[in-house]
Design a protein around this ligand. Structure first.
Ligand code: FMN
Length: 190
């Protein structure tokens, strides 16, 4: 497979916790990715706080690199916990850097897949609903399925932080495959 033919997915993780379940989800996605897919994480915790006075990111190499990575990517994968019934600040900050006012953004027309793990029984449904709203404002396209919510995370990851639950692993695999299919379809339309 030619490198140019690969589907490039940029992954953003909403947890900074060292033993994060959501980071474990991303590791699983990377392990299960098909040969023609390449997932790379962008470390959003390295971005400065968004300031509209410096919206162009001038003199901020991390912002420049982030926007370049978004532009280059065929698709976006969000892996995040829910914080206080919404998304963590570190992720919202990154998405603000990805936005350009008036419904445009560096993600315009790009497919977005979402997966999340929670220790709770509701499994981040509310955070994912908020993300759908945010992506609507950016003209990004959240893929319709599968919806991946890993509930009761303590029971589904082992001591090494690996996702061991069979059903959840299958969902993550199917998410990456579907996201890649959408990315290919949209790439052909460009
Ligand atoms: C500040 C804070 C707020 C949280 N709020 C929620 C919440 O609204 N819903 C939920 O399901 N879990 C919530 N949790 C629990 C997270 O699901 C749990 O900490 C999970 O392990 C975070 O993901 P991580 O392991 O990837 O860091 C919250 C945790 C923190 C630290």
């Amino acid at each position: 497979m030619d490198r140019d033919d690969r589907i490039e997915i940029i992954a953003l993780v909403g947890s900074m916790r060292e033993r994060s379940y959501n980071r474990g989800l991303l590791r699983t996605a990377m392990l299960l990715q098909p040969d023609d897919v390449h997932i790379t994480e962008f470390p959003i915790q390295t971005l400065p706080f968004y300031n509209p006075d410096h919206a162009d990111g001038e003199g901020m190499p991390t912002v420049r690199d982030f926007r370049a990575a978004l532009r280059k990517a065929d698709a976006v994968l969000i892996v995040t916990p829910e914080y206080t019934y919404s998304i963590p600040g570190v992720l919202k900050n990154a998405l603000d850097w990805a936005a350009i006012p008036k419904g445009r953004s560096f993600l315009r027309g790009k497919p977005v897949g979402m997966a999340s793990a929670s220790v709770d029984r509701n499994g981040t449904v509310r955070a994912q609903m908020h993300l759908r709203q945010i992506f609507l404002s950016m003209g990004a396209l959240v893929i319709p399925e599968p919806e991946v919510y890993v509930t009761f995370a303590e029971d589904k990851f082992n001591q090494l932080g690996e996702l061991t639950d069979h059903t959840a692993r299958e969902q993550v695999k199917s998410l990456i495959e579907n996201l890649a299919d959408w990315a290919l379809l949209l790439r052909e339309q460009r």
